[in-house]
Design a binder for this molecule. Structure first.
Ligand code: F6R
Length: 247
């Protein structure tokens, strides 16, 4: 399927935010919740900035939004600046009128023996809302989606995962040094992701050009987790011209 291309990251992000806003409004008209799957990292930052602007200046309300984040480091305290709970508050939730009870970011204060149950409960909560209406995804340089690293089963659901060395290296910019980067995370699974009714995979910048080409045009393999999306009709790749350079 051909990707949706934009001349720069801002245009790609505005387009993505518009898709999300339209879904929210459509669900409001129907009196239904809009169930969003959200990502962290650099890629969605401008999308969240635009959603905040739409809320502050154009009256977009998030009162019917239910959100599920893809992943969270393990272990990490939610008050830690590097936690994804902190990231989501700083980049989106603190500035919009989403109801706190509707926000779900995997918590990692569960002890190791409680994690399995915790992950099953996260899945049940998603299912309880009828599944994810719109899943926003970034892509790792190793092809991961969420923290489903190379080798993850396409049938995987929410679970504790070991982080790949490329993922840990890329997190040095946030944690300062490699030994501070956690070795594990909780991530929703590939199966969970591909059940979403609509999936927007956003990739921006030259450093994503190789992997995005492999994910879209390469063979479907668990070594490139995002490659499974090629078979999914509900997927839209949203790229800026730098990320699309090799396609
Ligand atoms: C984040 C996530 C990851 C990132 C990916 C790209 O919640 O699940 O898959 O989307 O690592 O990260 P950035 O956007 O920082 O390049």
């Amino acid at each position: 399927k051909s990707p949706t291309l934009f001349s720069n990251a801002v245009q790609a992000s505005l387009y993505t935010a518009k898709q999300i806003a339209e879904l929210i409004l459509e669900k409001q008209k129907q009196g239904l919740p809009a169930v969003l799957g959200l990502a962290t990292g650099n890629t969605p930052k401008k999308v969240y900035k635009e959603l905040i602007r739409l809320h502050q200046y154009e009256g977009l309300s998030f009162h019917n939004v239910v959100s599920f984040n893809l992943d969270e480091y393990y272990p990490i305290g939610s008050e830690n600046d590097q936690s994804y709970t902190y990231f989501m508050n700083q980049n989106l939730f603190s500035y919009i009128d989403i109801q706190p009870k509707n926000i779900h970011v995997p918590h990692t204060d569960s002890s190791p023996d409680q994690i399995t149950q915790y992950c099953l409960d996260y899945e049940s909560k998603i299912a309880g809302f009828g599944g994810i209406d719109l899943q926003l995804l970034g892509i790792g340089r190793n092809g991961h989606i969420g923290f489903n690293e190379p080798g993850s089963s396409f049938d995987s659901t929410t679970r504790l995962v070991n982080l790949d060395s490329i993922t840990r290296e890329d997190a040095i910019t946030d944690f300062g040094t490699l030994n501070k980067v956690p070795h594990q995370a909780i991530s929703i699974g590939i199966h969970t992701i591909i059940q979403a009714k609509k999936i927007l995979l956003l990739a921006l910048g030259e450093r994503k050009s190789e992997i995005i080409n492999e994910a879209i045009n390469g063979e479907i393999s668990i070594q490139v987790p995002a490659s499974i999306l090629q078979t999914m009709p509900q997927v839209e790749y949203v790229l800026d011209n730098e990320a699309a350079r090799l396609i």
